[in-house]
Write a protein that binds this ligand. Structure first.
Ligand SMILES: [Zn+2]
Length: 456
């Protein structure tokens, strides 16, 4: 009898907590879809400020703008962290030309981040096409020396998660020039990381590793249409030549900043939960999807708590990281300073997969915390959030090493992300207002639940 009444009390308590959480999530989603400033913040970042490549004036303006907007929210603390960042400048628009006898075909190319320039007159050489770094190595120096290596492995269309296809292709972009240079190549061209055929070349990070500077070779991305054309022409005439002109330059590192705002925890101010994205972008467009969206969504989490008058138990911090794209210095500096200051991070959420319709989250955490998350699944069902998987969460939060910590990545629908990623069309008009707001609400909701129930 006593046992029965205990169970009744317990189940009443559980359902009370459940309905309280349902009500809170409803409030969060309602607020995000009606009153959040996240879309207008993104409008300002994208259209008033523009691209925010590390070291650029846009990046500096982005720091001042987001700091001022966070201050206007009336947070407990808003501050900057100094970060030294690389400064690479693209210069004039690049030229790519296929020269096949008398026929010249213009193709769309762009320098990869950190690349060296070509000579003023350009780099003119024969092309050798490969599908992978392994294939390149199997060809050996004889077949590669003096040529431009053309990496042309497409992203696999059959993966439903587009990031899987990206992960299986991006080695060509990141390590391609370094590996080609070791075999005496004079330059590289890589097929853009894009699932569709179009004329946008997609830039991105690349590394020469520990090659000596005199071994650095120009490296560019070519649009998917350009890659198809070049490959087709090479099959007919393997002796054709490619002319590449690039004007990029690397300058000394410059001072930049991570932007941080926080609400102090009411019960455990020493326990810190962070949320955010990266404030820097590539330079071909304003980076609305990558990662303006993640920044304004992170800001919206604190905005929502303030406006709903929710007092979190733990300290909630938004961090807008600088230099994710070409160095990851902001994330590393954040971790370095958090260690120095003996900070206790229990949770980190990053949004860096675009502002598309949210589908769920990826988690890096232990089994206890993961099963806790799974018990919240039904709370998210009304919002069509259903994917709760383990996996990579975010590059900026990756350096955080606290042992008892939950890391989360927002997982929006990935089908269109690589249409825009690092390309000239990653602009404000590509972001849908409601999709962006739903992402912000989804992030706020998971933080509300972890804040309320704690980290095991
Ligand atoms: Zn990004």
């Amino acid at each position: 009898m006593r046992r029965i009444s205990f169970l009744v009390i317990l189940s009443t308590f559980v359902s009370f907590a459940q309905s309280e959480d349902e009500a809170m999530l409803k409030k969060i989603y309602d607020f995000s879809l009606t009153d959040s400033k996240c879309y207008s913040w993104l409008d300002d970042l994208s259209n008033k400020i523009g691209h925010r490549l590390s070291g650029s004036t846009g990046a500096a303006k982005g720091v001042l703008y987001t700091k001022a907007e966070l201050e206007a929210l009336g947070l407990d603390r808003v501050f900057l962290q100094d970060v030294m960042v690389p400064m690479w400048v693209r210069g004039k628009k690049e030229t790519g030309l296929i020269i096949d006898g008398e026929t010249k075909s213009i193709v769309q190319v762009c320098a990869l981040g950190g690349s060296v320039a070509t000579d003023k007159s350009g780099l003119l050489a024969e092309v050798i096409e490969v599908k992978s770094i392994d294939e390149l190595k199997s060809l050996g120096e004889d077949k590669v020396k003096g040529k431009i290596v053309f990496y042309n492995r497409p992203m696999e269309p059959t993966n439903i998660e587009a990031f899987t296809s990206y992960g299986r292709c991006v080695d060509q972009r990141f390590y391609g020039a370094m590996e080609a240079s070791k075999l005496g190549a004079v330059g590289t061209i890589v097929r853009s990381m894009n699932l569709r055929l179009d004329d946008f070349p997609h830039t991105g990070a690349q590394s020469y590793g520990d090659l000596p500077k005199e071994k650095y070779i120009p490296t560019a991305a070519i649009s998917t249409n350009g890659a198809e054309l070049l490959s087709k022409k090479l099959k007919i005439n393997p002796k054709l030549q490619f002319l590449l002109r690039m004007y990029c330059q690397t300058f000394d590192d410059v001072l930049s900043h991570n932007v941080i705002g926080e609400i102090k925890g009411s019960e455990h101010p020493e326990k810190i939960m962070i949320v955010g994205g990266h404030l820097d972008s590539w330079d071909l467009a304003d980076g609305s999807q990558d990662d303006g969206a993640g920044c304004v969504q992170g800001m919206a989490v604190l905005e929502t708590f303030k406006k709903l008058n929710y007092k979190p138990k733990n300290t909630i911090r938004v961090v807008l990281f600088m230099n994710e794209e070409n160095g990851g210095r902001g994330g590393k500096k954040y971790e370095e300073l958090s260690k120095q200051n003996n900070e206790n991070h229990i949770f980190a959420l990053e949004s860096d997969s675009g502002g598309f319709t949210p589908r769920g989250f990826s988690f890096e955490c232990d089994e206890n915390n993961y099963s806790k998350v799974l018990s919240w699944k039904s709370l998210f069902e009304p919002y069509l959030i259903h994917s709760f998987v383990k996996g990579h969460t975010g590059s900026d939060i990756n350096p955080l090493t606290s042992k008892k910590m939950v890391k989360v990545g927002l997982k929006p629908d990935s089908q269109r992300y690589f249409d825009y990623h690092h390309a000239a069309n990653d602009t404000f008009d590509g972001v849908n207002k409601r999709e962006l707001e739903l992402g912000a609400a989804t992030m706020t909701s998971i933080i509300y639940l972890f804040d309320k129930y704690g980290i095991d």
